[in-house]
Design a protein around this ligand. Structure first.
Ligand code: AMP
Ligand code: MG
Length: 390
């Protein structure tokens, strides 16, 4: 059995990044850029009017002669002489010879004459060409996570494809003869299977959509055959259940028989002690305990950082902060503990429901209070380490 810190370090020592691929910008949400993107154009590509109003070429009077109109999208070139103005609209190209745009609210017009209230400032209400970015300069840097705004920016620069770190292909293998699919009758001794949807949605939230769910009863031959198959097809395998010491827990034995290298098995923590981490050829296996809260805790602390790192994320671990405990807490047991908790401002409270068999505590929780091994009593107002949940 190893400590939480050792387990985190062990998993981290196997971190690797996927080989970048090219994908369309429109499908790149949440991906990490694998290269700097330079702009192929000036943005804006031409001097634009920032207002609906009049573009003018200065002279020594508040009266100008209106000689034409330019609206957004127009391509015709207007050349203004001193004292002339054109009607212009937001986003329209400003005539090269114009040196200001006047808001229409600050003007009056009679026939073809424009009257200003005051002399404008040079270049006012003109967005200069390349104001946002110049052709050839850095638009979005390597390792950025592509957000809706980053994608919109790249699209405004005419980018259609980007090089990104791909997301992993993941297998979710659910074991247990007691499990039935919701919708089917719940006969005595059975429970509804809920870990596959838990893991699948947690992956989806990370933008990992290339996953497949497999189910197997507690049978050695079937478990071994399935694990043999999925470890050949996926980058990562997440197993739920069957990794403990019960007579019908066949995951460990199956992994061993198909030649999976054990990196570690069992961590001095609660919940989630019987985590197995191993490697078979190019595939990494996280065999998570079946209790839902244990499975999720092991997923967050060990599997998720590795999946994120693979996808290009540089700081893949859940963030840690210090907060003051809002009440006394008696620690139960000597293993390190991940206590479901609620952080509010500078303080944190531990929830009453900590059973590893119950997922309900996670509905309210937004963090763990991390209690190191061999802790006993934590007092109100004591600073504790808090791990923020995604
Ligand atoms: P195991 O790790 O297989 O010994 O399972 C531990 C506990 O978690 C047992 O009470 C199981 O019934 C429960 N469990 C295992 N897998 C699931 C699942 N996929 N959905 C809901 N509960 C599960
Ligand atoms: Mg089981």
């Amino acid at each position: 059995m190893i400590s939480v810190e050792e387990a985190i370090l062990k998993v981290s020592s196997f971190f690797y990044k996927a080989i970048p691929i090219s994908i369309s910008v429109e499908n790149s949400l949440g991906y990490v850029l694998a290269e700097d993107v330079l702009s192929a154009i000036d943005m804006p590509p031409f001097a634009q009017s920032a207002m609906d109003g009049y573009a003018i070429k200065f002279h020594d009077s508040l009266e100008y002669t209106i000689v034409g109109e330019v609206k957004a999208g127009d391509a015709h070139v207007v050349s203004l002489k001193q004292g002339e103005a054109v009607r212009i609209f937001t986003g329209a190209p400003v005539p090269q010879t114009a040196n200001a745009v006047i808001m229409q609210e600050k003007t009056t017009v009679a026939n073809s004459t424009l009257f200003l209230e005051e002399q404008p400032k040079p270049q006012q209400n003109i967005r200069p060409q390349a104001e946002q970015i110049t052709k050839g300069s850095l638009a979005v840097s390597k390792m950025s996570i592509l957000s809706p705004s980053a994608i919109s920016y790249l699209t405004s620069l005419g980018v259609t494809a980007v090089k990104v770190f791909p997301k992993p292909k993941v297998a979710i293998v659910v074991t247990g003869s007691e499990l039935v699919q919701p919708g089917a009758p719940l006969t005595h001794g059975k429970i509804y299977e809920s870990n596959s949807i838990l893991l699948a949605n947690t992956l989806k939230k990370e933008g990992i959509i290339d996953y497949e769910i497999y189910k197997v009863v507690d049978d050695f031959k079937h478990t071994k055959t399935l694990l043999d198959e999925v470890t050949k097809k996926h980058d990562f395998v997440l197993v739920s259940g069957g990794i403990s010491v019960g007579d019908y827990d066949y995951v460990g034995k199956s992994l061993k028989e198909i030649g999976t290298e054990e990196i570690f098995y069992k961590i001095k923590q609660k919940p989630g002690k019987p985590l197995f981490f191993g490697k078979r050829a190019a595939c990494f296996v996280f065999a998570l305990p079946g209790n839902p809260a244990s499975a999720l805790t092991c997923f967050y602390m060990y599997a998720l950082p590795m999946l994120r790192y693979y996808s290009g994320i540089e700081k893949p671990h859940l963030p840690r902060v210090n907060r003051k405990l809002s009440h006394n807490y008696t620690v139960n047991g000597i293993r390190a503990q991940f206590l479901k908790a609620v952080v509010k401002g500078h303080s944190v409270s531990v929830l009453s429901q900590q059973s590893s068999a119950m997922i309900s505590g996670f509905i309210e929780a937004n963090a763990y209070v991390f209690v190191p091994e061999f802790s006993t009593e934590i007092n109100e107002n004591e600073s504790v380490e808090v791990i923020l949940l995604p």
